[in-house]
Design a binder for this molecule. Structure first.
Ligand code: ADP
Ligand code: MG
Length: 373
């Protein structure tokens, strides 16, 4: 059997996404998938850890590593139970884990994912592949984004230039131009800033369907000021995270922004401007790398209609659809990618793409935690 199970929780920390993928069917098929929200106490401890300044307590990191590993194992077991698939039919789990830090900067660039794979192996009885990013970083790469080679394999088309856009907390693009080699990079914020802003002003964890943003108006002067962030002008390879695009970044930019026209800028206007910030940074990337390409969106942002319309407006004449149009549920593309990467690791095949991450060469990514007796 060619069943592999992929697990990931992204920078939004909304849920552990789990996907069971059958690689024997052509094309590969997601057999079952499910999102398991973090238990609220674990989520708030994790948020406190991520937003803590440098002095995060070691004991708490140690505990949370193991507890997130247990939550990942549980997500896998519940998925298998619901799908009616016995664990013994699964070859391996590919676990991305939860990113704690992603700092690709001198003198010691590092990326750090937690969710102890030993715990996942022990609780599921399955072989686990994890720690996919650090070998790429050790080889001089960004360690991110990793998904482009998976998108390339699944979504490249000889009749159409395509951009696969993953809108998680951070947004990343995969550029699939006919006759051209693969490109991919993080464009900047995805949902993260919109999530932070609505949490502060409405006490909600995200802006469902973009309704709050739709109730305001984009402030063009503010948008221009937000776009002055140097990250947007950096050439690829590049990657970013909540270390840069967070509430502190937004507050600093708001403090230095020109006054709103008419003197008032409502919270809804800021939300609308943040929607346009994500849309414009994505549209720029498309205009620069594959103008007119069809854009297929995945990740939670694919549910935000206001955002999709803003991207379509700014990236015209590109069409904006979701990966559902290509047969893959937008909520589970990333989890499926880690099932694929686990398969690559066990086969000894390189899954890193140096053209995307800037690594010195292609590397077999991930470490193997055998199922054992
Ligand atoms: N119906 C919706 N409307 C607007 N935004 C949504 C909706 N559903 C999900 N999202 C957004 O998607 C995010 C989760 O996306 P996800 O791809 O899981 O990101 P990550 O990979 O960072 O975890 C949520 O935090 C939220 O901002
Ligand atoms: Mg998520």
């Amino acid at each position: 059997m060619g069943l592999y199970l992929g697990l990931i929780s992204g920078t939004s920390m909304d849920a552990i996404d789990a996907a069971l993928v059958d690689f024997d069917s052509r094309p590969m098929r997601v057999v079952a998938a499910r999102a398991a929200p973090y238990e609220p106490r674990l989520a708030s401890r994790l948020a406190a850890l991520l937003d803590a300044p440098d002095a995060a307590p070691l004991d708490e990191i140690g505990r949370i590593d193991v507890q997130i590993g247990a939550a990942f194992a549980e997500a896998a077991l519940v998925l298998l139970h619901e799908a009616g698939v016995p664990a013994r039919e699964v070859v391996a789990i590919g676990s991305h884990g939860q990113t704690l830090r992603h700092r690709i900067e001198p003198p010691a660039p590092f990326t750090w994912q937690i969710g102890d794979p030993n715990v996942i192996a022990e609780r599921t009885g399955l072989t686990v592949v994890a720690d996919f990013r650090r070998r790429d970083v050790a080889a001089g790469g960004q360690g991110a984004p990793l998904v482009p080679p998976f998108h390339d394999r699944l979504f490249r088309d000889e009749r159409q230039d395509r951009v696969i856009l993953n809108v998680g907390g951070i947004a990343n693009v995969t550029v699939l131009r006919r006759g051209a080699t693969l490109l991919g990079f993080d464009t900047g914020p995805g949902n993260r800033l919109m999530d932070a802003w609505i949490a502060r002003h409405r006490g909600e964890s995200f802006d469902r369907d973009g309704a709050f943003a739709a109730s305001g108006r984009c402030d063009e002067a503010l948008l221009a000021h937000l776009l002055e962030e140097p990250y947007f002008e950096l050439p690829a390879p590049k990657s970013t995270g909540r270390e840069l695009f967070n509430a502190g970044w937004l507050d600093a930019r708001l403090a230095s922004a020109p006054a709103a026209p008419g003197g008032e800028r409502t919270a809804a206007d800021v939300q609308a401007s943040l929607r346009e910030l994500t849309a414009e940074s994505v549209a720029r990337a498309v205009r620069q790398t594959a103008p007119g390409a069809s854009i297929y969106v995945c990740g939670g942002g694919a549910h935000n209609q206001g955002l999709l319309q803003a991207i379509a407006r700014r990236a015209a004449p590109s069409r904006v659809l979701t990966t559902a149009a290509l047969g893959l549920d937008p909520d589970f593309v990333e989890a499926a990618a880690f099932a694929f990467f686990a398969r690559c690791t066990l086969a000894g095949v390189a899954s890193g793409d140096p053209a995307v991450t800037g690594a010195r060469g292609a590397r077999v990514l991930g470490a193997i935690y055998p199922s054992g007796p």
